[in-house]
Write a protein that binds this ligand. Structure first.
Ligand code: HEC
Ligand code: HEC
Length: 252
């Protein structure tokens, strides 16, 4: 029963993978499922395949991410029962984890929201196989290769994932990474990331105010003034930018 509930949670709506062409190949869709260790052994093939489609969407991957194949472009050439890929074995642990969260822990809440919310693969994965906040990824790139690498990494992620739920390309993540660099005394690199943030967010008063504060901390008053002014142009009610400008050039 609880497994069925999870199947429904991760299961995909919409078209099944079964196509006349695949059926003619004789081996896909499979007629029997031989190695189910999490799902009920008598789970209908169609329901299982819909769930698998849900996995690919939740993780932004294809079947071959978890399954071995002689030819990854031909579903009939897969050995779906094989547990050779670590990712498939990890996915089983994930299934058990999600079931525990839903059935052991969330059910212990003093009361639930209505309708009750549960976790599914997509709650955490949001279309990527290893779910991490973008700040963490950019900081790791910085640690490995400095500001060039941090910037290139951010640009590449934005290029690929902008408009999806995988990463937050709003105003705070880059400002947070820059703030950490600033706290470490790495002023030039901090300013670079603050300014990068403004180039992606030309209508964010916050991003411009943060860049201004970065310039100020780095000792570049002229640029600080220019960025505070841009923040005020974007949002004339930005009190923090106005007050900062008054502090830098009292009387104006
Ligand atoms: C994130 C990993 C992952 C992805 C991606 C994935 N699968 Fe699976 N698949 C699994 C796991 C885990 C099982 C075993 C479930 C169990 O033990 O109950 C499984 C089992 C299966 C089985 C049953 C094999 C058997 O006989 O026991 C089939 C068929 C299958 N998957 C097809 C697919 C297809 C088709 C795709 C692509 C649309 C796909 N899978 C994508 C993880 C994945
Ligand atoms: C509560 C959050 C959460 C949920 C829900 C969740 N995952 Fe994960 N998953 C993670 C995290 C975090 C990792 C990385 C763990 C690590 O290796 O440090 C991960 C790793 C994985 C990996 C291995 C990635 C790799 O390349 O090593 C697979 C496969 C995976 N998850 C599949 C799934 C599937 C399928 C579901 C739904 C049944 C699911 N996950 C649900 C958080 C989650």
């Amino acid at each position: 029963m609880r497994r069925l509930a999870l199947i429904l949670l991760v299961g995909a709506a919409g078209a099944s993978l079964t196509s006349p062409a695949a059926a003619q190949a004789g081996t896909f869709p499979p007629t029997k499922l031989t190695n189910l260790k999490f799902f009920p052994k008598d789970m209908p093939v169609r329901a299982l395949l819909d769930t698998m489609r849900g996995f690919t969407r939740a993780l932004g991957v294809r079947c071959a991410y978890c399954h071995v194949a002689r030819d990854t472009s031909d579903l009939a050439a897969y050995d779906f029962a094989s547990d050779d890929k670590a990712t498939k074995r990890k996915a089983r642990v994930m299934l058990a984890m999600a079931a525990d969260i839903n059935h052991k822990y969330l059910t212990r809440l003093p009361e639930r929201v209505t309708p009750a919310a549960g976790v599914t693969c997509i709650t955490c994965h949001r279309g990527v196989s290893v779910p991490r906040p973008i700040e963490q990824i950019v900081e790791a790139a910085y640690a490995a290769g400095g500001a060039d690498s941090a910037e290139a990494t951010y640009r590449a992620l934005r290029q690929r994932y902008y408009g999806r739920s995988a990463y937050d390309f709003g105003e705070t993540p880059l400002a947070e990474v820059a703030g950490d660099l600033r706290a470490q005394g790495k002023m030039a690199d901090a300013v670079r990331l603050y300014v990068l943030n403004t180039t992606f967010l030309p209508t964010s008063a916050f991003a411009h105010r943060q860049a201004a504060a970065g310039y100020l901390a780095a000792g570049d008053t002229a640029q600080a003034i220019s960025y505070f002014e841009k923040a005020l142009t974007i949002d004339p009610n930005d009190r923090q930018a106005r007050q900062a400008l008054q502090r830098i050039r009292p009387g104006q």
